[in-house]
Design a protein around this ligand. Structure first.
Ligand SMILES: *[C@@H]1O[C@H](CO)[C@@H](O)[C@H](O)[C@H]1NC(C)=O
Ligand SMILES: *[C@@H]1O[C@H](CO)[C@@H](O)[C@H](O)[C@H]1NC(C)=O
Ligand SMILES: *[C@@H]1O[C@H](CO)[C@@H](O)[C@H](O)[C@H]1NC(C)=O
Length: 757
C-alpha cells in the first residue's frame, strides 16, 4: 500500500539539536551567554538575518551607529530625525524588523513595495529599554523580491527610531510529499466539503480549546513565536473565530505538553508542562517558570472581545502534588479534574525512571488514604514505555476508560479498582510517541447510554527500540479498534477496521451529525522531534496525510470510511498540531511544529489556520433561538428553535468539543437527549440524567433536523457549582509537596534593566 515508504527520503538539512529533545527553546550562538533574556529576536532555521550595517540596508537622513553587547552583531542604527528613512530589499515571503522600545522612541511609518502598511508605535511609557523587539512583521507576501521602507514619523513621546536587524522568512523550502490518495469529487463534480485557509495563530497551536462562541484558547510551549507579549514572545493566545485576531496571554510557566479540562463551574485548568531551560544549556533566560507542577487557571470568558481574560498562576497555592509532563486531564462525574499519568520530567519515550504512574485530582480529594497525594495505578507501570498522554474518557457509570500503549482498562475511582480490558489487537500502540487518537462514540438514551470506544491509528513500532534504530519512514498503523464497554461488548473484544491510509498523530473529532472526522497526522514515523533516523528537518514523522476521512459509526462495518468529496490540504499537520469542532460546525485546524523552536525548515513551524466545513455548513440549518441558562440533570425543559415545518425527525444533542493536544481530545463527547417537537418552534428535551452521562460543565447544544445540525449554543450542564473542595487534602498537598523543584536553577527574572543606549 505504501510504496512511498520505500523511498527513504534523507533530509539534506540538519542542524544541531540540544542534548535534550524536550528542551523548550533553541538559542542562537549570539545570545548564548548566561542571563541573556528571552527576546522576540530569533532567526528560525531556514530564515536569514541581516544586521543593521549590512550593505543591503540603505539609510538616508541622519543615522548614527551605536555599539552594544545587547544588540544583534553588537551594533544598532538610530535616528531621531523626522523623515529619516531606511530602505531594505529582500527576497522571500516574510519580513521582520527588530529594534528597541522605550520612552525615548517615537513612531515610524512602514511601506512595502511602496504601499503604506502600518504606523508603528515604538514608544512605551517605560524608561526601561526593551531590546531586540519585533517592531513590525509581515509574513504573507508573494514569494519574490520586495522593498521595505521605514520612515521616522517622529513625535509620539520620543523621536527615536532604530534598526537592529531584519529577518527574512520564506516558505520556499516547504516540503510536501504527503499521502493524498483519496482526493475525490462527487461524480457530478461538486465538492461537498470545503477547506479554506484564513488567519494566523501567532503562537504554535499545540493545545486548543473552544472557550466561547467567539474564541479559542491556544497554548504552546515557550518558544520564539511571532506573537509577542510584554516584550517577549507569547506562548498562550486567544484566537477570535470571527475576526481571526489573536490576543496574547500572560503565561508564567512553561506549558510545554500540558493537558487541560474545563471544571464543573466552567473554569478551565491547564495542567503540567516542562521545567525552565536548565542552567547547563547556558542559554538565554526565557523568563518562564517551571511548569511541571503548574495548574494554570483560566476563568470563564464569555465577553465577545475576550477583554479581561487571562491565565492565572499562583504556584504557592495552586499546583499538582507531583510533576507531570504529557499527562491527560479529564473532567469526571462530580465536575472535578482527574489528572492522569505522564512523566516526572521532559524526555521522549517514557521509562521507569521518569514515569509518573499515578493519578491525582484537582481540587485534591482524600480517597483510599491518599489525602490529596497521588495514587499509584498498576496500569501505568504495566504499560511502559509508550504510555504518555493516555486516551481516557469518563464513562456513564462514573468510571474512567483508559488506554495506553497496547492496553486498556476501566478504572473505578470510587473503589480504586482496575478492570483490565482485552489488549489492543495486532500489536498496535496508541499513546505517545506511538500516538493514535480516540473517541467515545455518541451516547444515546435509546440504548441506556451504552459507551463505545474507537481508537484509531498509532504504530506497531517496538517501544523498546532506541530512537536511532527507528526511522521516520516506518509505516504508521491504519487500524481502528472499536469496543462496546459492557460485559457482552468486552467479551466480544475489539472489532478491528482499517482506515484508508495509516496515520499517527491524527485527530478524531465528533461531528454533530454523529460521525467522526479523522484529520491531520502522518503516514510514517512516530511523534516527537529530533529522535529517530531520517528526520525530516527535525520531524520524527513523514508523509503527512492531507485528506481527511469521515467514519460513520452507524453504518455497517466495511462501509464506514469515506473521503468522498473531501478536499485535500496543502499543509502538513504533524507533531503539535490540533483540530476542533467550532460552535459554527466547521473544524478549526492549526499548528504543527516538530521542532525544538520555531523553524522555517520543512517540516517547519506552522502558523496558518485552516477551516474545514462539512456540507451542512452550506445548507439551510435549523437554529436554536433560546435555551435555559443551565441544563439541570434529570430535568425536562423546552428550548426555542427555528425549524422547518412538518418535520418530526428532530434530534437534540449536547456536545463537549474537548481539550485537544497531542491527538488526545480530552472530554470530547456527544450525548443525545430525548426530544419532542411541541409546536412550530418549541422542542421539549430531557437533560442527561446525571454527571456520569455528561460530567457537569459547559456544553454546546445542537438541534439536528434530518441530519442537518444547527450551530452549537453554549449551555451549562448541571448547576455550574464549583467542584467539591476537601480542605484537608488541599492543605496536605501544599504541606507535603514542593513548588517547582527545578525552579532554583533559574537565573534572573527575564527583565533587562541595562542602561539606555
Ligand atoms: C517630513 O515630510 C513631510 C511630508 O513630506 C513634511 O511635511 C515634513 O515637513 C517633513 N519634516 C521634516 C522635518 O523634514
Ligand atoms: C529515561 O528517560 C529520561 C528522560 O527522557 C532520560 O533522561 C533517561 O536517560 C532515561 N533513562 C533510561 C534508563 O533510559
Ligand atoms: C471553579 O473552581 C475552581 C477550583 O476550585 C476555582 O479555582 C475557580 O475559581 C472556580 N471558578 C468559578 C467561576 O467559580
Amino acid at each position: 500500500m505504501l510504496s512511498v515508504v520505500l523511498f527513504l527520503f534523507l533530509s539534506c538539512i540538519s542542524f544541531a539539536l540540544a542534548r535534550e529533545s524536550a528542551w523548550n527553546g533553541l538559542i542562537l550562538p549570539g545570545s548564548q551567554k548566561s542571563n541573556a533574556m528571552f527576546t522576540p529576536f530569533y532567526v528560525p532555521p531556514g530564515a536569514k538575518s541581516y544586521d543593521s550595517n549590512s550593505p543591503l540596508v540603505m539609510y538616508s537622513g541622519d543615522w548614527g551607529e551605536l555599539f552594544s553587547s545587547n544588540a544583534f552583531q553588537h551594533s544598532i542604527r538610530s535616528s531621531s530625525r523626522q523623515n529619516a528613512t531606511v530602505l531594505f530589499s529582500f527576497a522571500g515571503t516574510g519580513i521582520e524588523w527588530f529594534g528597541n522600545r522605550d520612552d525615548r522612541h517615537g513612531s515610524a511609518t512602514v511601506y512595502i513595495d511602496g504601499k503604506h502598511l502600518e504606523d508603528v508605535l515604538l514608544w512605551t511609557s517605560s524608561k526601561k529599554t526593551q531590546r531586540q523587539q519585533r517592531l513590525f512583521a509581515k509574513y504573507d507576501l508573494a514569494l519574490g523580491s520586495h522593498t521595505l521602507r521605514i520612515v521616522n514619523a517622529g513625535g509620539a513621546g520620543g523621536d527615536l527610531v532604530d534598526v537592529d536587524a531584519f529577518v527574512v522568512t520564506g516558505k520556499a523550502t516547504t516540503r510536501l510529499h504527503g499521502i493524498d490518495t483519496l482526493r475525490g469529487l462527487r461524480r457530478d463534480g461538486t465538492p461537498l466539503w470545503t477547506l479554506r485557509e484564513e488567519g494566523s495563530s501567532g503562537i504554535n497551536a499545540m493545545q486548543l480549546a473552544i472557550i466561547s462562541p467567539t474564541h479559542a484558547l491556544l497554548i504552546d510551549k515557550v518558544e520564539h513565536n511571532p506573537l509577542d507579549v510584554n516584550g517577549h514572545p507569547a506562548w498562550g493566545a486567544l484566537y477570535n473565530l470571527d475576526t481571526h485576531a489573536v490576543k496574547p496571554l500572560n503565561m508564567q510557566s512553561n506549558s510545554f505538553c500540558a493537558g487541560g479540562t474545563f471544571l464543573g463551574n466552567g473554569t478551565l485548568i491547564n495542567v503540567g508542562g516542562n521545567p525552565v531551560v536548565e542552567a547547563h544549556t547556558s542559554a538565554a533566560d526565557f523568563g518562564d517558570l517551571d511548569g511541571l507542577q503548574a495548574i494554570r487557571i483560566f476563568q470563564p470568558c464569555d465577553s465577545p472581545n475576550a477583554d479581561g481574560c487571562d491565565m492565572y498562576e499562583n504556584h504557592e497555592r495552586v499546583r499538582t502534588a507531583s510533576p507531570r509532563w504529557y499527562n491527560t486531564v479529564i473532567r469526571i462525574e462530580d465536575g472535578s479534574a482527574m489528572i492522569i499519568g505522564g512523566a516526572k520530567k521532559g524526555g521522549w519515550m517514557n521509562n521507569a525512571t521518569v514515569n509518573n504512574p499515578t493519578i491525582e485530582y484537582y481540587p485534591p480529594k482524600n480517597l483510599h488514604g491518599s489525602n490529596g497525594l497521588p495514587l499509584e495505578l498498576r496500569f501505568f507501570l504495566d504499560t511502559l514505555n509508550s504510555n504518555l498522554f493516555p486516551i481516557t474518557f469518563s464513562l456513564p457509570d462514573g468510571t474512567v476508560f483508559m488506554a495506553a500503549n497496547q492496553d486498556a482498562m476501566i478504572y473505578d475511582w470510587a473503589s480504586n479498582t482496575e478492570r483490565r480490558l482485552p489488549k489492543i489487537p495486532n500489536g498496535v500502540r496508541i499513546s505517545y510517541p506511538m500516538t493514535g487518537t480516540g473517541v467515545l462514540l455518541p451516547l444515546s438514551p435509546d440504548n441506556g447510554y451504552t459507551p463505545e470506544i474507537l481508537l484509531c491509528g498509532g504504530s506497531t513500532i517496538d517501544d523498546t527500540r532506541t530512537g536511532y534504530d527507528i526511522s521516520s519512514q516506518e509505516p504508521a498503523s491504519a487500524q481502528c479498534s472499536r469496543m462496546v464497554l459492557n460485559d457482552a461488548g468486552i467479551e466480544a473484544g475489539w472489532q478491528v477496521e482499517e482506515m484508508p491510509v495509516p496515520r499517527t498523530m491524527a485527530d478524531a473529532i465528533l461531528l454533530p451529525t454523529g460521525d467522526v472526522l479523522i484529520v491531520n497526522g502522518a503516514a510514517t514515523g512516530i511523534a516527537g522531534y529530533g529522535n529517530v533516523q531520517n528526520q525530516v528537518g527535525a520531524s520524527n514523522a513523514d508523509h503527512p496525510v492531507l485528506t481527511p476521512v469521515v467514519y460513520s459509526p452507524a453504518k455497517p462495518a466495511g462501509s464506514r470510511f469515506s473521503s468522498d468529496g473531501m478536499p485535500a490540504s496543502q499543509i502538513a499537520r504533524l507533531y503539535h498540531s490540533v483540530a476542533s469542532l467550532t460552535p459554527r460546525g466547521d473544524i478549526m485546524i492549526a499548528g504543527s511544529n516538530p521542532n525544538l523552536d520555531r523553524s522555517e525548515v520543512a517540516y517547519g513551524t506552522e502558523y496558518r489556520v485552516e477551516w474545514l466545513s462539512p456540507p451542512y455548513v452550506q445548507m439551510n440549518r435549523p437554529e436554536i433561538i433560546s435555551t435555559p441558562k443551565n441544563l439541570m440533570f434529570g430535568s425536562t425543559v423546552t428550548i426555542q428553535a427555528s425549524l422547518p415545518t412538518d418535520i418530526q425527525d428532530i434530534k437534540v444533542a449536547i456536545m463537549d468539543f474537548g481539550y485537544v493536544t497531542h491527538a488526545v481530545h480530552a472530554n470530547s463527547r456527544m450525548v443525545y437527549l430525548r426530544a419532542t417537537r411541541e409546536g412550530s418552534n418549541v422542542v421539549r428535551i430531557e437533560a442527561p440524567p446525571n454527571g456520569g452521562v455528561y460530567p457537569p460543565g459547559p456544553g454546546w447544544l445542537h438541534v439536528i433536523v434530518e441530519g442537518v445540525p444547527s450551530k452549537g449554543v453554549k449551555i451549562m450542564v448541571g448547576d455550574g457549582a464549583s467542584p467539591p473542595v476537601d480542605n484537608g487534602a488541599l492543605e496536605n498537598v501544599l504541606e507535603n509537596t514542593n513548588v517547582d523543584q527545578y525552579g532554583s536553577s533559574r537565573g534572573g527574572d527575564g527583565m533587562d534593566d541595562g542602561a539606555a543606549e
